[in-house]
Design a protein around this ligand. Structure first.
Ligand code: MFK
Length: 556
């Protein structure tokens, strides 16, 4: 018998998830958990079977068919099998709808994002158009535009696959993805109707039935305030494009199942969402919702990677025993688990806040907290997912580097989390923007005090101390940085954001660990908190602005 390696296998991804199940038991009333648990179990089963079936077939990319055999320009996009399966599944399970339904009150977002977390990897990034659909529904509600609300929301929030629409967010142009002030797409009013002309450079949800797009009304001045937000439906009822040419699909490092297109708008009819300016402000709700999806998707990547590495470690024998029994491997896995577990509690805390804000149950401090934490969660989890996916490749060794093991795809896909929806530095700058609006760290620090007041167990003493010390150091750093040159604060923005995210994540994990010790007699969250605290929370720069300028401009 030749030597064979055993492939990692996934079991039901809900039933097998200690972190998610324990968290839901703490935060959800028993009746709510009872009502949603069979749905979560179904998606957990789907996640496991989708992983197995994807291993059994050749990978497929979507294809753009630009011309019919008869010479007509059709720009048809052929989707992958996983995407064809995802559309009805997403509608039936209410992947978007659950976040907006009132059945479970302020718990709507925890419910929805538990579904998203379980579905993401199996969906092969169908969660991308779903995220934007959620964002567009949220922005339309905020706009108060009754006509568009009545037109689009019954579709965007439908659980009926025949009625369900997805929606896109068309912002990025050649001139820039981060700095949208350079938007060149023009809106012209022709015979009482707005039409859009220009080129959108990264259109992720090209198969969506609706979209929000930024454009500059003809004659409006330069700059971002003059941009307006438009709603459009890209296709006619017969499926033909409304004056849109799909130039090509992007050839991407990862997320290859997701058809991301370059398009030209050649007079596409559109409708103003609000006033004919301040479009960035109007599209901001989309950004905040999709950044939350991003953080949950990054968590899903981490969880998938760790589940595979752990299963593999139980099967793989080296040096006479399973990897899972070898101290250094155990330590490696423990480090990944601790980081993931802390990130999990931060991200799901954000979903709790979002649910409360949406249900009208949040005070000003909680609203500020949500605004501050959304970019922090997106920034930290995006980077962490890449690190954990990379470590997973290494855990699985040479086979983890082989395409058909499915592991390299996790790493390539993970690399998108820190890039799209605003790269890490954009999140850091957005955090500084939100910090200015909130008037400082107070909402964050007082939330942390409340959370840590619930941590009493001696096993968690060191964690609570580390979190408090980090808060003090951050406040001192910020005080100093805020009194100096503006560049100094900006240059330190990324590390400030990481530090705050890790500090609050440790506090939240410790609070959950306290509960798990008492309510579930489970010492594992406390072990995760101790390990996470050991990793360290802060890498604040002392005064590196001049050094950074020198190093950044380095040449021979
Ligand atoms: C599971 C799957 C998940 C996700 C799938 C997603 C697929 C995504 C494909 C994409 O990547 S789509 C493109 C994503 N693009 C971005 O995220 C853009 C990144 N750039 C930024 O976020 C910039 O910060 C921004 C474009 C917003 C800068 O614009 P401006 O106009 O130069 O900024 P300014 O003047 O500071 O802000 C204008 C207004 O918007 C201000 O309001 P006021 O006028 O009332 O003062 C800001 O406060 C407000 N604003 C900006 N960002 C905000 C915000 N308000 C709330 N939340 C925010 N995040």
């Amino acid at each position: 018998m030749p030597f064979l390696q055993a492939a990692p296998v996934l079991s039901n991804q809900y039933l097998d998830d200690r972190v998610l199940r324990s968290y839901l038991r703490r935060v959800l009333p028993r009746t709510v958990l009872g009502a949603i648990e069979s749905d979560l179990t179904d998606l957990g089963e789907y996640a496991a079977s989708a992983w197995a079936s994807a291993r059994a077939r050749a990978p497929a990319d979507p294809e753009l068919v630009q011309w019919s055999v008869w010479g007509e320009r059709i720009d048809r996009i052929e989707l992958t099998p996983a995407w064809m399966a995802a559309q009805p599944l997403a509608a039936r399970h209410g992947l978007v709808a659950a976040g907006h339904e009132t059945t479970h009150g302020a718990h709507a977002r925890v419910h929805q994002f538990s579904l998203v977390y379980l579905f993401h990897c199996a969906s092969e990034f169908y969660t991308c158009p779903l995220a934007m659909t959620d964002g567009v529904a949220t922005a339309l509600k905020a706009s108060g535009n009754q006509r568009l609300i009545e037109r689009a929301l019954p579709h965007l929030l439908s659980r009926d696959p025949d009625q369900f629409w997805t929606a896109g967010q068309w912002m990025t142009e050649n001139a820039g993805g981060s700095d949208v002030a350079g938007t060149e797409t023009t809106a012209r009013e022709e015979n009482g109707r707005w039409r859009l002309y220009g080129r959108k450079w990264f259109v992720s949800a090209i198969n969506a039935q609706a979209a929000l797009a930024l454009a500059r009304p003809a004659g409006a001045p330069a700059g971002s305030d003059a941009l307006a937000l438009f709603y459009l439906e890209p296709r006619k009822p017969d499926g033909r494009w409304r004056n849109i040419a799909v130039d090509r699909l992007k050839d991407k490092l990862g997320t290859r199942e997701l058809p991301t297109a370059e398009i030209h708008l050649n007079g596409t009819p559109a409708e103003l969402v609000g006033e004919a300016k301040f479009g960035v402000r109007q599209i901001a709700p989309v950004l905040n919702i999709t950044r939350t999806w991003n953080a949950v998707g990054a968590l899903a990547t981490m969880r998938r990677c760790i589940a595979l590495a752990r299963d593999y470690a139980n099967r793989r024998i080296a040096f006479g025993k399973p990897l899972a029994e070898q101290p250094l491997f155990q330590d490696t896995l423990a480090g990944m688990q601790a980081e993931f577990e802390a990130a999990f509690h931060l991200v799901f805390f954000v979903t709790e806040l979002l649910g409360r804000v949406q249900a009208g149950q949040a005070d000003d401090a909680q609203q500020n907290l949500l605004r501050l934490l959304t970019p922090l969660a997106k920034l930290w989890t995006g980077k962490l997912a890449v690190a954990i996916a990379s470590e997973t490749c290494e855990c699985i060794g040479g086979v983890g580097y082989l395409e058909d093991s499915g592991i390299p795809q996790l790493l390539r896909d993970a690399q998108v989390w820190p890039i799209w929806e605003g790269a890490s530095n954009v999140q850091a700058l957005d955090f500084l923007r939100a910090l200015r609006a909130a008037g400082g760290l107070q909402p964050l620090l007082s939330a942390q005090r409340t959370i840590l007041s619930q941590v009493q167990a001696p096993e968690l003493d060191a964690c609570a101390r580390a979190a408090r010390e980090a808060a003090t150091r951050i406040a001192e750093w910020l005080q100093k940085a805020s009194t100096g040159e503006r560049e100094r604060l900006e240059a330190g923005g990324r590390e400030l954001a990481f530090g705050l995210a890790r500090m609050l994540a440790l506090s939240l994990l410790a609070r959950h660990a306290e509960w798990a010790l008492r309510a579930e007699n489970d010492p594992r969250p406390a072990a995760a908190a101790r390990r996470f605290a050991d990793h360290g929370l802060l890498r604040l720069k002392s005064d590196g602005l001049r050094d950074a300028q020198m190093l950044a401009s380095d040449s021979y």
